[in-house]
Design a protein around this ligand. Structure first.
Ligand SMILES: N[C@@H](CCC(=O)N[C@@H](CS)C(=O)NCC(=O)O)C(=O)O
Length: 270
């Protein structure tokens, strides 16, 4: 069964073309022409609105996001790993709203039960324009870019896309999750060991940056936003990043991006 959008497309393609023929050959009366234009107009109206009724095809392309009446909503906590998704939404230039989450109370700023939105209680969570909730930053960032800025990331199936996945997964599993235990108040040898492990993870990135200006491919990507986000945490932990000069230089380049400044301002970080 075609969805609302499919039916509208059918009306548009068949009837729209027929009416055009009528108009071109002068075979239609003024009344019939008005009627024809109305039918095409109504079909177009519902085609555009279909996005708000759960039809997942984006009918109006990215040039006219106003056709989408329900915006995506990012659930975030200031400075948490959700900042990378926040930055990526800005980079994609897609309309969205953002709501702060109290991670201890598992409540959103408007008082909603966050556990009902993401049962794992973690940010980022992205409510899509059809109401579905997508979690996991790596998935969110790729979905945002692929759906809102087609072609900006390397195409799935290419080695370049695998390299992006490689970098995102490295940041997620090896860097982000090496910081995590430090938030649980490690002390003494346990803290020193964890910081040493973090240094080995960061050295891998430092070495990569000797050969390339960015974490993945030849240009900026969500992997750089994610790496910037998690390495922001070093400061609060007394972890010195200056021993990684290329990492420090990359962080400065990422920080200067308008999308990053905008996300940090929105989260009250600067
Ligand atoms: N694997 C998840 C991890 C998300 C995560 O660790 N989020 C942290 C903030 S950086 C969080 O919400 N922690 C609170 C909790 O898990 O209760 C992802 O990459 O999105």
């Amino acid at each position: 069964m075609p969805g609302v959008n499919g039916i509208c497309n059918t009306i548009m393609s068949h009837f729209g073309a027929d009416f055009e023929l009528f108009l071109r050959h002068g075979a239609a009366s003024r009344n019939f022409r008005n009627f024809a234009q109305k039918v095409v107009g109504i079909a177009h109206h519902w085609q555009v609105r279909a996005g708000a009724f759960g039809d997942k095809t984006r009918p109006d392309g990215r040039d006219d996001p106003a056709g989408w009446e329900i915006e995506m909503k990012l659930y975030y906590s200031p400075g948490a790993c959700s900042l990378a998704s926040h930055i990526t939404l800005n980079e994609a230039g897609v309309p969205y709203t953002a709501e702060k989450v109290d991670l201890r109370a598992k409540r959103t700023e408007s008082g909603a039960d966050f556990a009902a939105i993401n049962p794992r209680g973690a940010v980022p969570a992205l409510e899509l324009d059809d109401g579905e909730v997508l979690t996991e930053g790596v998935a969110i960032m790729q979905h945002v870019m692929d759906s809102a800025a087609p072609g900006a990331l390397p195409a799935p199936g290419t080695l370049a896309r695998a390299r992006l996945s490689e970098a995102l997964n490295y940041v997620s599993t090896e860097v982000h999750k090496t910081y995590s235990p430090l938030f649980r108040g490690l002390e003494g040898d346990a803290k020193a060991n964890q910081l040493a492990l973090l240094d080995t993870r960061l050295q891998v990135v430092e070495d990569r940056l000797a050969k390339s200006d960015w974490l993945a491919g030849d240009g900026y990507s969500p992997a750089d936003a994610y790496f910037f986000t998690v390495t922001n945490w070093s400061k609060g932990m007394g972890h010195d990043l200056s021993k990684f000069p290329r990492v420090t230089a990359l962080r400065a380049k990422v920080a200067a991006r308008p999308a990053v400044q905008k996300a940090m301002q929105a989260e009250g970080l600067i």
